[in-house]
Ligand binder design. Structure first.
Ligand SMILES: O=C(O)CCC(=O)C(=O)O
Ligand SMILES: [Fe+2]
Length: 350
């Protein structure tokens, strides 16, 4: 980082840039392009459905097979899609609807919730840490939603009448899903079922409502640069109609199939660290589209920033020595690496 560069925010959201001009400003352009990003030739990844009702009923005869499927998904792809989670399709549509409703508010109204350069919560974009940082074609509203006493209500849109109500219901469902998944991940690795849950602790959940406006040069602009998430796991509600999310496996990109009633789950860097590398943090990126805008709603499930997170002792042995340092406050470390297009987890490898 140039010593003199002070972190700053983009003065105008991408939605407003698109409203004002057809040209994509230079700071969003990946100079070398990435020809395979938008081409139809990017193959679809495996569907990888995990039935969460099945894995949460230990007496079911097919639970072991489902856990094997989970282990394989976590260690090869780092992601899967959860079905049978008890949330109705119409409720998931309602979540997509409130996301769209927020971005449809007048700019002046959204501006009331603008984030500050030194805080993540609020409406806006990435912090610009470096002069030559290539920016993402995305606007978002980031809200800490759990636990309730960490909410910063001044960033919560008050014009949307049902916003808090639907968020509360969604968070309650995802909190249960998180606990079931963390236990299932331990069982899938043949560990005591609370070991990931205990390492993760009570933690927090942060919602990121994402909008990717249409982009006239999708072959040179990304909605999100390649990254592994800074969470233990991320629970993601995808746009029902517009694809855009891609996952990296063995150096090749794959499109994530849209399954409207499913929740896409990806292991984050902290799950990779806790599992001493057995679980893979899925590297993913978002491409842009010249005709259709896209939304998504990511829920990052994160440990307490002051907690020290490291590989579980049960997963360190002579054959598998400790691969990662213990880490604290991973968020902070993450952002500076991300903006340079680097992986944070590489920096904490031993
Ligand atoms: O929009 C998506 O599908 C993915 C979003 C994402 O990767 C993120 O918010 O970390
Ligand atoms: Fe992500």
């Amino acid at each position: 980082m140039a010593a003199s560069f002070k972190p700053e925010l983009l003065p105008m959201p991408v939605q407003e840039i698109v409203r004002n001009t057809k040209e994509v400003p230079d700071r969003f352009i990946h100079k070398n392009g990435f020809p395979q990003a938008t081409l139809d030739s990017v193959p679809l990844m495996d569907t990888l459905l995990i039935d969460i009702a099945l894995i949460s009923s230990p007496s079911s005869p097919s639970v072991e097979a489902e856990l094997r499927k989970l282990r394989s998904a976590l260690s090869s792809w780092g992601c899967f899609q959860v079905v049978n989670h008890g949330m109705t399709s119409s409720f998931l549509d309602e979540m997509r609807h409130v996301t769209k409703q927020f971005f449809a508010l007048p700019f002046a109204e959204k501006q009331k919730y603008s984030r500050k350069v030194d805080d993540i919560d609020g409406y806006g974009n990435d912090t610009i840490f470096y002069e030559h940082q290539t920016l993402d074609w995305i606007d978002r509203l980031y809200l800490t939603v759990y636990p309730k006493n960490q909410r910063k209500l001044n960033f919560w849109p008050e014009k949307l009448s049902k916003f808090s109500e639907v968020i509360d219901e969604y968070v309650a469902n995802l909190k249960i899903m998180l606990d079931v998944l963390l236990k299932a991940m331990a069982r899938a690795l043949k560990l005591e079922e609370n070991c990931f849950l205990n390492e993760h602790g009570e933690g927090s959940m942060a919602a990121r409502f994402n909008l990717y406006p249409t982009c006239s040069t999708p072959e040179r602009v990304l909605g999100a640069k390649p990254h592994g998430d800074r969470s233990t796991i991320t629970l993601l509600l995808l746009d029902k109609e517009v694809e855009g999310l891609q996952v990296l496996k063995d150096d090749n990109w794959f499109k994530v199939p849209v399954i409207p009633h499913a929740i896409f789950v990806n292991a984050g860097d902290l799950a990779e660290i806790m599992s001493n590398g057995i679980i893979k943090s899925a590297v993913h990126r978002v491409v842009t589209d010249s005709e259709r805008e896209r939304i998504s709603l990511a829920m990052f499930c994160k440990p307490n920033p002051n907690a020290e997170i490291g590989p579980l002792n049960e997963l360190i042995n002579a054959d598998r020595p400790q691969l990662y340092k213990k880490v604290k406050n991973y968020d902070e470390l993450f952002f500076q690496h991300y903006q340079l297009g680097q992986r944070t987890i590489t920096a904490v490898k031993l």
